[in-house]
Write a protein that binds this ligand. Structure first.
Ligand SMILES: [Zn+2]
Ligand SMILES: [Zn+2]
Length: 327
């Protein structure tokens, strides 16, 4: 198989050829047809997340067809179209797994971080954590749903039922979740980097009723806000934008430090919470509504060998929508 491999954080990925991996007990192997590029991949590559498996093949928005099945796998067979998400496996026995919080498992494995991911022609996955997908569908368009969509969905659920929703950072996740929120009948307020007029136009095109700079106040107080950009200074900005009792959800796995801010921004029962990982239940719910909500993803396609360019474009903010690698 071919893969783009991270040998050392901070260095470019290296195009590598290696023997096809064999699925072990309870595992399946996919022939990868598309793999989205998530901001978390950047955090892995840049060394902002501790203790990756090294070398590691990044990528956790994987769509492909099963081409080999390990022993003990009953529910999946060769030829099925599936998606592989960030949550690669859990221990199944810790206190979090026991109370339906498998996203917080004490001994998890994460695809493209602590087990090999989808920047490759083939990937092996734990069969229990793979999502079956409809047999026909656009693989490139589907890939971003596997993380930007799923984590975005979990974030939206945790933001609560508020009608006026702010989205900070209008990248891959926000462009999907804006569509879901509009479908639910919410009003979307999109915040981008100051001066990012193209990003603001893009947000309005996807249904945002207002789009502006992240340092500007919204035209009216928000019920809730989700921060997708990895920028800690957005936490006090979002707290300023939400009403009394409003909630601010931090959806990223990594963020720059949050600057100190006056207590009055949190006062009046405003809340700041974070969202970590996903559960299989989140995935099931999200894929149930994804079709109904009519989500259309905007993607920029790169060859597998161009993974470093895709990561560079994401890092610089040049991308609109989601980058997807095609092997
Ligand atoms: Zn566990
Ligand atoms: Zn991700």
């Amino acid at each position: 198989m071919h893969a783009m491999q991270l040998r050392r954080p901070g260095e470019p990925l290296i195009h590598t050829q290696m023997p096809d991996p064999e699925p072990g007990r309870g595992e399946v192997r996919l022939r990868v047809s598309a793999c989205g590029v998530c901001r978390t991949d950047l955090h892995v590559v840049d060394g902002e997340l501790p203790d990756p498996k090294l070398p590691v093949i990044p990528g956790h928005e994987i769509v492909g067809k099963i081409d080999a099945v390990g022993t003990g796998v009953e529910a999946l067979r060769i030829g099925i179209r599936v998606g592989v998400p960030w949550l690669g496996s859990t221990c199944g026995v810790c206190a979090y797994c026991a109370r339906d919080q498998e996203n917080l498992c004490d001994r998890p494995l994460f695809t493209g971080y602590t087990r090999d991911g989808g920047y490759a022609t083939h990937v092996v996955a734990d069969a229990r954590f793979v999502f079956p997908l409809p047999p026909d569908g656009d693989d490139v368009a589907t890939a971003p749903l596997l993380c930007a969509g799923l984590i975005g969905w979990r974030s939206l659920r945790i933001a609560g039922e508020g009608r006026k929703l702010g989205l900070y950072g209008f990248g891959a996740a926000a462009h999907i979740i804006a569509q879901v929120a509009r479908w639910q009948g919410r009003d979307v307020f999109a915040f981008t980097r100051p001066g990012d007029v193209a990003g603001q136009d893009f947000a309005r095109k996807l249904g945002a009723g207002w789009a502006g700079a992240s340092d500007a106040p919204p035209p009216e107080p928000l019920d809730c806000a989700i921060i997708f950009a990895p920028v800690g200074a957005l936490v006090p900005a979002a707290l300023k934008a939400v009403r009394k009792g409003g909630r601010v959800v931090c959806a990223g796995i990594h963020m720059s430090d949050i600057p100190s801010f006056p207590y009055r921004l949190l006062w009046e029962e405003r809340q700041v919470v974070s969202v970590a990982n996903l559960t299989r239940q989140d995935g099931k719910e999200f894929f149930d509504i994804a079709g109904e909500a009519g989500i259309v993803t905007e993607t920029v396609r790169y060859d597998l060998a161009q993974a470093n360019e895709a990561l560079g474009d994401l890092r610089s903010g040049r991308l609109q929508g989601a980058a997807v690698l095609v092997p």
